[in-house]
Design a protein around this ligand. Sequence first.
Ligand code: PLP
Length: 366
Amino acid sequence: MSAMQKERRMRVHNFFPGPAALPLEVIKQVQSEMDDFAGMGMSILELSHRTDQYDQVHNEASALLRKLFGIPKSYHVMWLQGGASMQFAMLPMNLLRDGQSADYIETGVWSERAITEAQIIGKARIAGSSKSDGYVRLPKLDFDPDAQYVHLTSNNTIMGTQFAEYPDTGSVPLVADMSSDILSRRVDISKLGMVYAGAHKNLGPSGITVAIMSDEMLQRCREDLPTLLKYSTHDENNSMFNTPVTFTIYVVKLVLDWIEKSGGLEAIEKINEEKAKLFYDFVDNSGGFYTCGIDKVDRSKMNAIFNLPSVDLEEKFSSEAWTEGMVGLKNLPQRGGCRVSMYNAVSVESVKELLSFMKRFMEVNG
Ligand SMILES: *Cc1c(COP(=O)(O)O)cnc(C)c1O
């Protein structure tokens, strides 16, 4: 067995929803540069953000994101703190003035939270909700032409649905929370007003949230807000008005390098489709032992949720899987059941390993 193979064996198959798997190559590079970054005789953890060396990391992360995601030149890229959850508040704070309203699509826990925050700030109208269906599908939509923006959750991390395509919102800008599917597939950014995503699902470790905003939308943002809560502050200061999360941005930059080396989003998208197809085909052909209650057209390619015949079996399943080196398969109590997160850094090989465990488990317990 080669050293690399041995190492792969030691590493678990990581199906956590976030923080989540990172490419082994990235982990190894972080490790190798840890005590001496760029020949500086210190770790990146110790390096001031007011240096050319950090500047380069920071700007390369933005440039690579622009290149890989095809972000038009006129769009602004900002690295923000407070998680995607902070964006739930910052977005309406910046965009809603007295009496103005925004449309929200309600598709699960994360959109509920976005709606709650927007309603604290201004008016949030529900443009469609699948709550009464238990969120097993995406809702029918009707938009208010006077809304300041339409907000949707691109991929519903906990509920297991995903917009395969985004709705046409006419002249009203669409804002997508892509926390759990950013860079998993190609997207026409020019059709969106804004994208935001926490890094710790598909982009890197926790600590940073990226926001991509059209110039038109940025121009409409309010200026009568506390400094750190204004998008314009972060835009005008290259996301360095205050100290950025330097280490996380550095790891994100390495993940972006890895995506580029892997063939970019076209290649990544193919692999993600392959993993999702393998998984759902297996579940749908398991004779009802494993079930997925989500409408087929709305199923997420990132977070597949599934059930076993009983809660007891689901408990047994996730704990036995853990013993066999397959971790993170239990969903949150808000949804219950099991979930496999198949982000970019989760290989086809890991999904195949999981399926062979699921087959064995079914033979013994079915
Ligand atoms: C995880 C997640 C969030 C919350 O992210 P934090 O960074 O923890 O605030 C928001 N939206 C979606 C879709 C998520 O998956």
